[in-house]
Design a protein around this ligand. Structure first.
Ligand code: GDP
Length: 470
């Protein structure tokens, strides 16, 4: 039988391994649906022989054995009982904690399926939680983000979203707009009588609020995305100034390195370091790939692209070669970048171990800080790390709600477009029935975010990205 898992009336009993595939000390198998408790009761033989699983309280644990139809013991397990509605999915659920051998995991799942459950599709447990109003769509998406969060700041963002602050905001905006939509539509019913139920001034002021709040959210996407994927830092400088040596020094300093960040599909090498809980994505630029002239040329062009993409541009100079002229050149060359309020330009003077004195005067010339380091001797690397962290924290504090999800960004952008249409409509005296279409459009896009409006396609996109068992 083919199940449309996106049909909320589809409530058969599903099961899956909830812990990662592979061997572990223990593994957890999750069962959810109306038959989960009676089904488990058929294969579970509790140590307490008087126990009747169907009568157990929610949130209770039982020790016992799982046996197959030939009364062979497959494993000793702990069974947790969760009763509807007090479970993750909102349905009756069972979690079986078994020993973590792959053989046991497979045998147990086979046995559960033989007894009437079906293997869950990816994300199906979370999907059911959504259908049972355990949380809305944007919160369900936050569950996926939470699982993949690899730094303190991306974890904080996901946690915030899961708790629903962002959804609340969208829902409030939507309710206000919905009230107006109803009043406007009521006017249409009385169109021959030329009445106005919806106060135009209030509507225009609501539109202003919506414009402001939605734009703030769409603008926060850049920041949000950056936090999720790591703050892009372009390391720029002439060949041999010590850029690779600095990367290695950072690598030594920051033991936690993640090289495989989900969602990055670039062809260039990017090392991600977690410093003070913030992920920084260091972007390899031309100077790091100087092996071949042809590549070097392409590299210079790409360096400029990378500088454009980066939130932080770390420009490195070799202090041995540093002259006032070079400094002036850098200042002119990077003027735009230095003045860009959305970027941080961090100047690093390397190889101070080779200097008798650190030259003075450059600071005034450039009107900016220089961080002096020796990448090779790992001197002042901490000071540099702190500077990077500080530059990010300054910016994060200005944003309260941050969106990180491309789907939300898309829906908000479309909602904003419709709102602008509504505004334009009122100012150019377009008939009310046409304006009400744009208001409905805006409502539709806002509703897509929290899941008040859904299609199988949207649900498929979201829940298909989850792993089986989630
Ligand atoms: P890149 O081309 O900018 O990546 O430069 P590298 O990191 O490959 O370094 C070029 C040369 O400078 C190497 O021989 C490094 O050992 C040397 N180097 C890098 N940092 C320092 C430093 O702080 N002090 C000294 N004395 N040499 C350094």
């Amino acid at each position: 039988m083919i199940h449309n898992i996106f049909d909320p009336s589809n409530t058969d009993t599903i099961c899956a391994l909830a812990t990662p595939a592979g061997t572990g000390a223990i593994a957890v198998i999750r069962i959810s649906g109306p038959d989960s408790i009676p089904l488990t009761s058929k294969i579970f033989f509790p140590r307490n022989k008087k126990l009747i699983l169907e009568e157990a309280n929610s949130h209770s644990l039982f020790f016992g054995e799982i046996k197959n139809e030939d009364a062979e013991t497959i494993d000793e397990v702990v069974v947790s009982v969760f009763k509807n509605p007090k479970s993750f999915t909102g349905e009756d659920s069972i979690e079986i904690s078994c020993h973590g051998s792959i053989y046991i995991q497979q045998r147990l799942i086979e046995l559960i399926i033989e007894n009437g459950a079906r293997l869950a599709k990816p994300g199906e447990f979370t999907l059911r939680a959504f259908f049972n109003n355990k949380f809305d769509l944007s919160q369900a998406e936050a569950v996926a983000d939470l699982i993949s969060a690899n730094s303190k700041s991306s974890h904080e963002l996901a946690m915030k979203q899961m708790k629903g602050g962002f959804s609340e905001k969208i829902k409030n905006l939507r309710v206000k707009l919905l009230n107006f939509a109803s009043l406007i539509e009521l006017e249409l019913d009385f169109s021959e009588e030329d009445v106005e139920f919806a106060n135009r001034e209030e509507l225009l002021s609501l539109i202003d609020t919506l414009k402001k709040e939605i734009s703030q959210l769409t603008e926060s996407f850049k920041v949000g995305n950056v936090i999720k994927k790591g703050i892009p830092v372009a390391i720029v400088g002439k060949p041999n100034v010590g850029k690779s040596t600095l990367l290695n020094a950072l690598l030594d300093e920051e033991k936690a390195i993640v090289s495989d960040i989900p969602g990055t599909t670039r062809d260039v090498i990017e090392d991600t370091f977690i410093i003070n809980g913030i992920a920084f994505r260091f972007i390899d630029t031309a100077g790091l790939r100087e092996s071949d002239d042809h590549i070097e040329n392409i590299g210079i062009e790409r360096t400029y692209e990378k500088i454009n993409e980066a939130s932080i541009v770390l420009y490195m100079i070799d202090m041995q070669e540093c002259t006032e002229e070079i400094m002036q050149d850098i200042k002119e060359q990077f003027q735009e970048c230095i003045e860009d309020p959305n970027k941080h330009f961090v100047l690093v003077g390397n190889k101070i171990d080779q200097m008798v004195n650190i030259p003075t005067g450059f600071k005034d010339l450039l009107d900016m800080d220089i961080t002096y380091i020796s990448a090779k001797r790992k001197e002042n690397i901490n000071e540099l790390s702190e500077k990077l962290v500080k530059s990010v924290q300054e910016r994060q504090e200005t944003n309260d709600t941050i969106i990180t999800n491309a789907r939300h960004y898309e829906a908000l952008t479309q909602a904003l477009n419709s709102i602008l249409q509504v505004e334009h409509g009122f100012h150019s005296s377009i008939p009310t029935d046409l304006i009400s279409i744009d208001i409905r459009q805006a409502l539709h896009h806002l509703g897509e975010i929290t899941g008040e409006i859904t299609t199988d396609e949207v649900l498929g996109n979201i829940f298909g990205k989850f792993c089986i068992g989630k």
